[in-house]
Structure formats: C-alpha cells, structure tokens
Design a protein around this ligand. Structure first.
Ligand code: NAP
Length: 544
C-alpha cells in the first residue's frame, strides 16, 4: 500500500487537536463530529487497511447484524439516512462495510484517516497537557485529546490451546477472516465455539464443507432471525419515519426504536403465554427477549419458562435426541448472556455432514498437526475455525500501552477490573475519552446509538473546555469510585453477573470478574450523563 493510500506522513512529529484510535462506527462518527462541529485537526489511526472496524474484521461466512439495518446506522445526517438503501432486515457484513465506506466517502473523512497503522503507545505529558501517540511504524504525533474508538469486541481471543501452532492445515479466527475468503469445498472442518459467531458461521460452513465438526463447550439459546429483504414500500415507510425512529432509539432501554411491553410473564394464562411466545418465535430476532414480557431480564421463574420454551423448540427441530439434548442450555438462563439470533442453526445439526462434540464432557487436550485431540477421541481436519470470541471491552484498550498522568499505566489502573467515570473517562488519564468504554451501557445498547451519544457528550465537553479556556480535563478519583460502585450496585438487579460470559470477563483466563457494561439501561444512563453536565461537569476536574 502506498503512502498516499494510507495517508502516512512518517518522520516529523505533528501536533493535532485530537487523535482517534479506530475507524469503525465510533471512529468515523468521532472524526466527523470533531471536525465538522468543532473544526478540530484530527487524525484517525486504523490497524486495518480499510475502514469499518468490527465490520471490516468480522467477514466470516454468515456474519450478519443482529440489530435491524434501519436503526443500526448513523442518525447524525438526515441526507445520509434518506439516501442509503438497506437491502433487508438484517444486513450481512459486506453491506455494513459498504455503508461505512460510503460514510467515509460522503463526508470526506478519508483524508484524516491513516490506515494500516496500529497505535502501540500513548503517553500523557503533564507539563504540556498533551498526549504523545506512537504508532507501530515509528511515527509520533502530539494531540490535546486522545479519543479511543477501539470497539468493545475487537481484541480477538485465540485460546492458547497446547499445540495450536503445530496444526499443519489452515487455521482462522472468525474476527481475522481473510479478505479473499476461505474455500471449504471438499474439506474436513473443525469449528470451536458456539457463541453468536459460531452460531452464524455453522450453517454456512456446513453447506459448503465436506464435513463439519462443531466443538461446543457451553450450549447457547438462540432464536431465529427470520431475515427478509425489504420491499420498496418498507424502504419508503422507514424513510418517512426516520425522525421518530431515531428519537425512539435514544429513549428506549436498549437503543432500539421499540419499548418493552407492559406485561409480566405470569400475568397471562398458560395458553395465552404459549401463543405469545409462538408469535415471537415466528417473528424472530431480539424481540423474543423483550417483546413479550417485561420481567425477563430479572425474574428467574419467568426466564425459566421462556428458556424451556426454547429447549422445546430445539427438541422439535433437531432429529437426533442426544444431539438435541446436548444443544439445550442448562447452565444459564436465557438472556443472562448476549442472546444470539440465527438463520438455520439448529436444523443444521440434522445434516449428515455435521456433528457436535461436547468439549465440556471431553475437553480439548491438544491441537495436533492433523487436527485435535479431546479427552476421548482424535479428530482429523484440513481446516480449523476458532469462533472463540473476544477479550471484550477492555482487551482492545489494554493491548495499547497507555500511560496517563505521571506515567501510570492503564493496565495497572485496571489490574482489578476496569474503572471509569461514566465509561467516558478514567481518573489519572486526563484528556482521554473512551467511546463506549466499560462502565457505560455500550454493548447492551444498539451500538451506533450508544456511540453517537458518547461522541455528542465528548464534543459538548470539549466545547465547554474551549469556552472556559481549559486545556485539561480529568475524572476525579472520588467521582470515579462512586460511579464504579453504582455500576456494581445496579448490576445486582441483572442476571448478567451470574453467568460466565464475556460481559464479566469469564471467557478470558485470569481476567478479573467484573460486570463491565452499565446495566441500568440507556434512559437512566443518559440522565446521569446530562446531570453531570448540568452540574458543571460534576466529578470532572479541569485545568488551564
Ligand atoms: P463468545 O460469545 O464469547 O463465544 C465464544 C465461544 O467460544 C463460546 O462458545 C466459548 O465457550 C467458546 N470458547 C472460548 N474459548 C474457548 C476455549 N479455550 N476452548 C473451547 N471453547 C472456547 O464470542 P462470539 O461468538 O464471537 O460473540 C461475541 C459477541 O460478539 C456476541 O455476544 C455479540 O455481542 C457479538 N456478535 C454480534 C454479532 C451480530 O450482531 N451479528 C455476531 C457475532 C458476534 P464458553 O461459552 O464455554 O466460554
């Protein structure tokens, strides 16, 4: 790639108003707003050789958005919303990548984006109130603000299984999928992981490969997506209503343009409940979780009823009773982990070329040159797919050597788990803003909505600093302590803390167990953020 393509200017250090790390939804939005609203000199660094972030990296077969296209997008430009045509309900990865490229072109963002460049280190200079940012190519830039837009699910987790590097066939992680694709034809494929990613990839790989073996440690509840292309009248209706749709996404608990129905699971008769669940199953998507009853996130009895409903569907769909039982989750209630949605996942296990291996009962012991060995069998493969997820929410920040005031390392500050004020700033790290950082609702909210809210808050905050002649902002330790305590307290009312998921870091050996996202819901979170502003940025300390 030429320097022209990457926008790279090696050598001399340059001073900018802001450095943004990452060119996904968050980085593009931050660049647009900081430049257009504030007239700031901004540089975005992006590891990939294209924009898109999550939607650049996760190009595995079956990668598709679980939120509906018409609200999984930016709301900051009505022209953009009116001109872009989503092809259907749940867009596939290439379509979202195309959308983000369109955004980059339409708003002339590329001239401030340096692709193929990882930020490796960032150090705060207390004397100057500036960040020094270093890239892997030996470049250094100075900037007043450091804005991390690194994504909550972008640090791929490739488990260190003994012998992993000895495998003689092809080995891929779903979040680092080759741009040219992977040819499964005639191949024996092993797939490890049955989270949202594994569940999306399984039917697609099964349809192409000679044989697919899925290694499942923990079964997951998934409901059908029921994807459908849009008709012209769908497009027209959406476009006419965009203002109201975006307004609802900002006010609803999870950033969708829908509000939970005011009905508890036990308010209705058994027959009526069954009818409601059947209807939701037919309709598909996340609505299954919140569209029927409002007590699912908290009421264990209600959740067990709905969990059993899904188990019954699995038993109905999957012909082999042993496989069906193996696919039925029993160790966590529905909704306590991020619920996947799927296209033909369970029915794929009726195919002759697909088998399921229980690696909870018989763990993987080692990867060999020809495949892998579990406690009770040897499996041979041409190709291994790791759908093993991410070091979520903190991994992508901690993989950068970030040093704040007086050289304090972020990895030390977060040794016992992430600590932030509102998920937007970290005490000891002045002038650094973390878009959708831990301690904010982030992954529990439709991401573009969460991102736009954070970017707007950051832009307003910087404007406030400019208006008041300040060059330094930092979360106070006391305010951060109290926010961390609040996040932990609110999480007691959610079942999230009780399941072993990436929400709590349980998927990464040695990672401190903390409920990382704010579980109080978007409306309460936005109120808190606004209250802080109204009280003159209470909890933040400013310096000239
Ligand atoms: P994940 O939910 O963390 O699932 C990883 C899977 O790999 C789990 O089944 C896990 O088993 C297994 N695993 C991890 N380490 C393992 C090891 N050492 N040995 C054996 N198995 C291992 O990751 P993901 O499926 O990539 O999804 C992560 C998140 O990304 C989702 O929850 C969702 O928020 C997002 N996502 C979104 C979409 C979408 O919107 N379309 C699509 C994909 C992903 P255990 O459960 O036993 O740990």
């Amino acid at each position: 790639m030429s320097d022209q393509q990457t926008n790279r200017t090696d050598g001399e250090s340059r001073q900018l108003d802001a450095v943004v790390i990452g060119a996904g939804f968050a980085g593009l939005c931050a660049l647009y707003k900081l430049r257009e609203d504030m007239g700031m000199k901004v540089r975005v660094y992006e590891t990939g050789d294209g924009v898109g972030g999550t939607w650049y990296w996760n190009r595995y077969p079956g990668a598709r958005c679980d939120s509906e296209s018409f609200y999984y997008c930016f709301s900051f430009s009505d022209e953009l919303a009116q001109e872009w045509e989503w092809s259907g309900k749940y867009p596939e990865q290439p379509e979202i990548e195309r959308y983000l490229n369109h955004v980059a072109d339409r708003f002339d963002l590329r001239r401030d984006i340096q692709l193929s460049t990882s930020v490796t280190r960032a150090e705060f200079d207390d004397a100057a109130n500036l960040w020094d940012v270093y890239t892997e190519v030996g470049e250094r830039v100075r900037a007043r603000f450091l804005v991390t837009a690194v994504g909550c699910l972008s640090a791929a987790n490739l488990p260190d299984i003994p012998g992993r590097d000895s495998f003689a066939g092809e080995l891929f992680h779903t979040a680092r999928w080759p741009r040219e694709g992977v040819d499964f034809k005639g191949k024996r494929v092993g797939l490890i992981g049955t989270g949202s990613t594994g569940i999306q990839a399984t039917p697609e790989i099964a349809a192409e490969a000679d044989r697919l073996t899925v290694f499942q440690r923990t079964p997951n509840f998934t409901v059908p997506a029921r994807h459908a292309p849009f008709k012209p009248e769908d497009q027209a209706r959406i476009k006419q209503n965009y203002a109201a749709i975006f307004d609802r996404t900002r006010k609803s608990p999870a950033g969708f343009p829908y509000f939970p129905i005011d009905r508890k699971t036990m308010d209705v008769s058994d027959e009526e409940r069954m009818e409601i669940l059947d209807g939701l199953w037919q309709e598909g998507g996340f609505k299954f979780l919140w569209g029927g009853f409002n007590d699912l996130p908290t009421d264990l009895q209600a959740i067990e009823i709905v969990s059993e409903y899904i188990r019954d569907r699995i038993r109905e769909i999957v012909k082999d009773p042993e496989t069906a039982e193996l696919l039925c989750p029993n160790d966590h209630p529905y909704g306590s982990k991020r619920p996947p949605i799927d296209t033909d996942y369970y029915v794929t296990f009726n195919r002759d070329n697909v088998s399921l291996v229980d690696i909870k009962k018989s763990p993987i012991q080692e990867i060999t040159p020809t495949g892998l060995r579990t406690a009770d069998a040897e499996h041979e493969f041409d190709l291994l797919v790791f759908a093993t997820g991410f070091d979520a929410m903190t991994g992508s920040l901690l993989r950068i050597d970030i040093r704040g005031s007086e050289g304090v390392r972020l990895s030390d500050a977060w040794a016992e788990g992430p600590r932030t004020l509102l998920g937007l700033q970290v005490a000891g790290f002045p002038n650094m803003f973390t878009i959708t950082g831990p301690g904010s609702p982030s992954v529990l909210v439709n991401m573009p909505v969460a991102i736009e809210h954070h970017v707007e808050w950051i832009v307003d905050c910087i404007q406030h600093m400019q208006d008041n002649g300040k060059t330094r902002i930092e979360a106070s330790e006391a305010a951060q302590d109290s926010w961390v305590e609040h996040v932990a307290e609110v999480s007691q009312y959610s079942l999230m803390g009780k399941s072993n998921s990436w929400y709590v870091g349980a998927n990464i050996p040695g990672k401190p167990r903390v409920v990382m996202p704010y579980t109080g819901g978007q409306p309460m979170y936005r109120e808190r953020c606004q209250a802080v502003v109204d009280a003159g940025y209470e909890g933040f300390e400013f310096g000239a």
